[in-house]
Design a protein around this ligand. Structure first.
Ligand code: PLP
Length: 347
């Protein structure tokens, strides 16, 4: 089998996507659906993006036998790339901040990857580029290339998978590289749907202020705290013209979202899913206010078990000054009144 056939076979073996329902009061006529992207072998929606990036790099001749794959992150993207590199028999190196947790390092080493720890954290990008040049490898650079690869390798599109299952009024997702939101926005248009696309954006991210001001290259220069989504600057893979609304979500509300998802729906997901869930509640409140009925759809991005020592730990949350309790209370009132404190004047 050649490398592209190996990737196709891996995709065929993949799990069937599951669509869960979050219970909202039936009398609202608003339903909330979650496509579980944590079911992939590497546990996150970055599995699809990584597969598309490997396909694209193979088809465009950027990787061949023996090429070392380099990525600048210790997050879900690196884990997924380590998995595909091993599947194709290629060496993989993640360049990541020196203070990365042992759990993160272990997730990459588990797939045979090597971690190169650097300081300061923002040096990972230059170091990944430099190291790839030095070893004659390929810097995959999911932030710059993920969106383009997904667009070019359409068969792996999360938009198709989601919209085959549900035709919602709103889809709400987070944006890191912008690959996922762009793929979904494109698929909505390809199908000619009236579905609107909302982005759930954490504190410090550039996407909300950039979108609200109508600027395509806004930068906050501050790192967001919700892993996987929000960026200190708007990335090139994010396509504002495909986006109808950006919902800013306080970080404590993202943590509340994570807890509520587990307690109410029995689904354990990471903090970025909590961000999207809180934005979905805001959209449900908006639909109730406007007396509209229909569905809202979102993704479960990764498993909450990865955050046992961080977003699931009271001590860690205290240390970060994050208190989800007022937001959990607001959710209780939301179920009774269909009203929520708005986090944006655009809602
Ligand atoms: C809930 C959620 N939605 C969407 C994304 C999309 O990320 P990207 O814009 O890099 O495709 C993420 C990334 O981790 C996420 O956690």
């Amino acid at each position: 089998m050649n490398a592209l056939e190996i990737l196709a076979a891996e995709e065929r073996r993949g799990p069937a996507p599951r669509l869960h329902a979050f219970p909202l009061p039936a009398e609202w006529g608003v339903t909330l659906h979650l496509l579980d992207e944590s079911v992939h072998p590497t546990g996150s929606l970055k599995h699809r993006t990584a597969r598309a990036m490997f396909r694209h790099a193979l088809r465009t001749g950027r990787i061949r036998e023996g090429t070392t794959i380099v990525e600048a992150t210790g997050g879900n993207a690196a884990v997924a790339e380590a998995y595909f590199a091993r599947l194709l028999g290629l060496p993989f190196v993640a360049v990541m901040p020196r203070r990365s947790s042992p759990e993160k390092i272990e997730r990459i080493e588990q797939y045979g990857g090597t971690c190169r720890l650097v300081h300061p954290p923002l040096a990972i990008y230059d170091e990944a580029r430099r190291f790839a040049e030095e070893c004659g490898g390929y810097y995959m650079d999911y932030l710059a290339n993920g969106s383009r690869a997904v667009a070019a390798e359409g068969e792996d599109d999360v938009g198709r998978v989601l919209l085959d299952r549900v035709t919602p009024e709103w889809v709400v997702v987070g944006a890191g590289s912008g690959a996922t939101s762009t793929a979904i926005g494109r698929e909505i248009r390809r199908r000619g749907l009236d579905t609107q696309l909302a982005i759930a954006d954490p504190e410090n991210s550039a996407y909300f202020p950039g979108w609200a001001l109508g600027v395509d290259d806004y930068a906050t220069g501050m790192p967001p705290r919700i892993e996987g989504i929000g960026r200190p600057r708007m990335e090139a893979g994010f396509t504002p013209s495909l986006v109808d609304l950006v919902v800013p979500v306080p970080d404590a509300a993202s943590v509340a979202g994570m807890r509520i998802l587990q307690e109410v729906a029995g689904l354990r997901a990471g903090p970025s899913t909590g961000t999207a869930l809180w934005a979905a509640f805001q959209l449900a409140a908006k639909m109730c206010r406007e007396r509209r009925v229909g569905a809202i759809a979102m993704l479960i991005c990764d498993d909450g078990a990865l955050y046992e020592n961080t977003y699931c730990s009271e001590a860690w949350l205290d240390g970060k000054g994050l208190n989800p309790l007022p937001w959990v209370d607001a959710f209780g009132r939301f179920l009774e009144t269909a009203k929520l404190p708005l986090t944006s004047e655009h809602l």
